[in-house]
Design a protein around this ligand. Structure first.
Ligand code: S3P
Length: 422
């Protein structure tokens, strides 16, 4: 795909539903007692992998655009699948399934695409094994033999909502109490949704206590727009002159809004309007206007609140005045691709002054940036970040793979085209 520089971006858009919330709505709906109605569902490849897996586990799921009906069968109602559960590119599907299935009454196998087979699964298998789970493999394919499991006290070595959720899903089925200590607060959609469904979960700061739960009540869930998708337009609107973009109905759960804090710190003109709470999640419209940005240091406790947005924050840093340091972000190495290597390698091609470090990158902004032939590594967030970089760079750029955006934002290029003016 060819992408040209644009001069400004204006308009109003609604981004597709939040990926994390969409996965959870289907999974938790499947183990609730009764029917869950979901609207605003992200009809993207990752969430469709979740639907496929739960259909294989015997759950009837009707999908119609962004509306989903899940006919839940209760915590013990899943059935042994006939064949391997294929999770595609989705780390969330893979890891959450481990937590849910390790205590079921059957055996199963889980695997995904090439990228998933390289991503560490020991981070979920290890705590689940401490609970008594029988999981073979530290990488996909994994074999799980359902077992009776027990509660544990667990200090998480890294802040990861996927690991936390896997342990919580196991703990709902375990004998005794489970206590999880997070090193930093990761996204808390699981805790919010499961508590609303009646799960025995208490949260106190970084500690989560979970007790065995016999039954979950189905809910009607309205999924907010994904702030991780909105982030691309926040950066575009802030960097281009004469621009004004409104992104409606975006989830602004405080565990996800690190991108807004960092862009504001860099000097961006961003504000939230129409704040409200929808099915337990905070939602707002985000308005972003042309701004003059300067470099900042991004690290420590804010990292889990913006982990998926770091590639597009790096785009902002390329055009900001001064130096931006991204640190404490080793987790980027185990995403859909190694996003430290991928960002540094690709951004260098267009003239950016960027260096890789052990735990992030250093970017000296405002060098002359020209178009280049970029590689996406099949990673949806790399593709979208490189598309934004291409629209800001002088001349023409190309992306080797634009189809991978379907993982989280199938209509990304259409929305991008509608906003931009050359
Ligand atoms: C997610 C958690 C994060 C995030 C991913 C979605 C989730 O991963 O990067 O895109 O839905 O729980 P980690 O748990 O590995 O930090």
């Amino acid at each position: 795909m060819e992408i040209m520089k644009i001069n400004s971006a204006n308009g109003t858009l609604t981004v597709p539903g939040d990926k994390s919330v969409s996965h959870r709505a289907v999974m938790f709906g499947a183990i609730a007692d009764g029917v869950t109605h979901i609207s605003g569902f992200l009809n993207g490849a990752d969430c469709l992998s979740t639907i496929d897996c739960f259909r294989q586990l015997g759950i009837r799921i009707d999908l119609n655009g962004d509306t989903v009906t899940v006919y839940g069968k209760g915590i013990n109602g899943l059935e042994k699948p006939d064949s391997l559960l294929y999770t595609g590119n989705s780390g969330t599907t893979t890891r959450l399934l481990c937590g849910l299935l390790c205590a079921q009454d059957f055996e199963c196998d889980i695997s995904g695409d090439e990228s998933i087979q390289k991503r560490p699964m020991n981070r979920v298998a290890q705590p689940l094994r401490l609970m008594g789970a029988d999981i073979t493999g530290d990488y996909c394919p994994l074999h799980i033999s359902g077992k009776a499991i027990h509660g544990i006290e667990y200090n998480m070595p890294v802040a990861s909502a996927q690991v936390k959720t896997a342990i919580i899903l196991a703990a709902l089925q375990a004998n005794g109490k489970t206590v999880i200590h997070e090193p930093e607060k990761s996204r808390d959609h699981t805790e919010l949704m499961l508590r609303a469904m009646g799960a025995k979960i208490d949260v106190s700061g970084l500690d989560i206590t979970v007790n065995k739960t016999e039954s979950l009540a189905p809910q009607n869930i309205t999924v907010p727009g994904d702030i991780s998708s909105a982030a691309f337009f926040m950066v575009l609107g802030a960097m281009l002159k004469d621009s004004h973009i409104t992104i409606k109905n975006v989830g602004v759960n405080p565990t996800r809004t690190g991108i807004i804090d960092v862009l504001k710190d860099m000097g961006a003109d961003i504000r939230l309007e129409n704040k409200r709470t929808v099915t337990g999640e905070q939602v707002a419209d985000i308005i972003v206007c042309s701004s003059h940005l300067h470099g900042v240091t991004v690290g420590k406790g804010i990292i889990p609140r913006l982990i998926d947005e770091l590639p597009v924050i790096a785009v902002a840093a390329v055009f900001a005045e001064g130096t931006t340091v991204i640190k404490d972000a080793q987790e980027l190495k185990v995403k859909e691709t190694n996003r430290i290597f991928a960002v540094v390698n690709e951004f260098k091609k267009c003239g950016a002054d960027i260096e890789e470090t052990d735990d992030g990158m250093v970017i000296h902004g405002q060098k002359p940036i020209h178009g280049a032939d970029f590689k996406t590594y099949g990673d949806h967030r790399m593709a979208m970040s490189l598309a934004i970089l291409s629209q800001l760079a002088n001349g023409k750029s190309t992306l080797d793979d634009d189809a991978c955006v379907s993982v989280s934002y199938p209509t990304f290029f259409k929305d991008l085209k509608e906003l931009g003016t050359t």
